[in-house]
Design a protein around this ligand. Structure first.
Ligand SMILES: [Fe+2]
Length: 188
């Protein structure tokens, strides 16, 4: 990989920016994402890297997030905390991570990725089903059995159903991922 910094240095950068609880979550996501990568034949190094960076900006204030990544639509304007995926991506770029698959997985962990993007799906699933959350064990088990697409499908459907139940409009990217999953098209 063409990254200029080591994983240890990146972990240190992340640790300096998040609370101890958040950092513990990040480490659990990274461990699980690595297992999911192994179970599904994905690039382990890239998956692990995306997982350790996915929440780098998660503890920044809404004001800081808006400054770093101005909202691009109404959903983002009304939920500025959800901009942390895009800001985490920018932090990673600033730290010398240039792999587009890794960067897309970092940004996509909030709103979802195209189902053709396996590393993105692995990080999304690991984030929503890491053991510390105490939910989505079924999704974790599916992913660890090698059924990553099915696990991702379940995670996105449950997110959209949850948002709709609360009367919250899902982000256009989440809707797009949902639509592709429902139509069974993983292609671009
Ligand atoms: Fe996150």
């Amino acid at each position: 990989m063409s990254n200029t910094v080591s994983t240890a240095e990146l972990l240190q950068q992340v640790q300096q920016r998040v609370s101890p609880n958040r950092f513990a979550h990040i480490l659990r996501v990274a461990d699980l994402a690595l297992e999911i990568a192994r179970a599904n034949g994905l690039d382990e190094e890239k998956t692990y890297l995306a997982a350790i960076l996915h929440d780098a900006a998660r503890d920044m204030s809404p004001e800081e997030l808006i400054e770093q990544a101005p909202p691009e639509n109404e959903v983002e304007r009304s939920h500025p905390l959800a901009l942390h995926g895009r800001v985490s991506r920018r932090l990673a770029e600033g730290w010398g991570v240039h792999d587009p698959e890794v960067l897309e997985a970092i940004e996509g962990h909030v709103y979802g990725v195209n189902p053709a993007h396996q590393i993105g799906m692995a990080v999304y699933v690991a984030d929503s089903s890491e053991p510390g959350r105490g939910v989505n064990e079924d999704i974790r088990e599916l992913a660890l059995k090698g059924a990553l697409l099915e696990a991702y499908q379940r995670a996105v459907v449950s997110k959209v159903t949850y948002l709709q139940g609360k009367g919250i409009t899902p982000h256009p990217r989440t809707v797009e991922a949902y639509r592709r999953l429902k139509n069974g098209t993983g292609s671009h």
